[in-house]
Write a protein that binds this ligand. Structure first.
Ligand code: ADE
Length: 247
């Protein structure tokens, strides 16, 4: 998979994407990520990429041409048109399902806005999808683009050491993850649940699944509504609500 990030701050993106798991995945050739400086495509003497808004008002608007030219240079690299995602608080809120969908696309381009926005005409012409990382406003699209790039890359085969890493974690199955414990077996007077020390894999699996249901019901009941639970799980949830089990 290839990801290009169109940004005015390539160093900011590069710093994050060179570290940790994504940095290793890039080195191992599991994903190609390039940070492309929109300013390199300004096409004018002073490398100017923004201007005042028509109609007046505060701030500056990113001009169409530098963004369009940067995007066109990426289109020229491959046969297939890349899928362009514009990071904006006006977009569809990003979630795990979208991360999985994006991870199946061969070439994505993440467009980071700045200032008071981007000239609407270039958005109309090149953007395939608008994505927000939540209902709040950041100073630019770089942190959202990095968030999307990270969530997408870790879904690619080989990026995490074992696919169980993500199939069992929060949100993958529509539920939050069960609690985890490590050594020592007793810490500050608190012990590890007995079943986890038993070595009985079936019981451990059952306990973890029930805990995932409990945690989700307690912390994010909205996810229970959305997830497709088996009849057995639904009964367990009803019992939990009726307090037959301790939460
Ligand atoms: N740019 C500024 N705020 C944003 C947000 N919440 N999501 C995506 N892009 C943004």
């Amino acid at each position: 998979m290839k990801i290009d990030i169109l940004t005015l701050f390539p160093e900011m993106c590069e710093a994050v994407l060179s570290s940790s798991i994504i940095g290793r995945a890039r080195k191992n050739g599991l994903v190609e990520i390039n940070c492309v400086n929109i300013r390199d495509f300004a096409g004018n003497k002073h490398n100017k990429v923004d201007d005042t808004p028509y109609g007046g008002g505060m701030g500056m608007v990113m001009a169409a041409d530098p963004i369009y030219n940067a995007y066109k240079s990426l289109c020229a690299e491959g046969e297939e048109k890349p899928f362009l995602i514009y990071l904006t608080p006006q977009g569809k809120v990003f979630d795990q399902k979208t991360a999985i969908e994006f991870s199946n696309i061969k070439h994505i381009v993440l467009l980071c806005g700045h200032y008071e926005g981007i000239d609407e005409r270039v958005i109309e012409e090149i953007v395939d999808c608008e994505v927000s990382i939540g209902d709040f406003v950041l100073t630019g699209g770089e942190l959202p683009a990095l968030t999307v790039a990270d969530a997408v890359c870790r879904m690619l085969p080989g990026v995490l050491s074992d696919s169980v890493c993500f199939t069992e974690e929060s949100h993958y199955s529509g539920l939050l993850e069960y609690p985890q414990y490590t050594k020592p077996a007793e810490w500050h007077g608190k012990t590890v649940p007995e079943v986890l020390l038993s070595g009985h894999h079936l019981n451990i699996e059952k306990w973890r699944h029930q805990k995932a249901l409990e945690v989700t019901l307690k912390k994010r009941p909205d996810l229970i509504e959305k997830s497709e639970l088996s009849n057995k799980d639904l009964k367990y949830i009803v019992d939990l609500k009726n307090k037959k089990h301790d939460i």
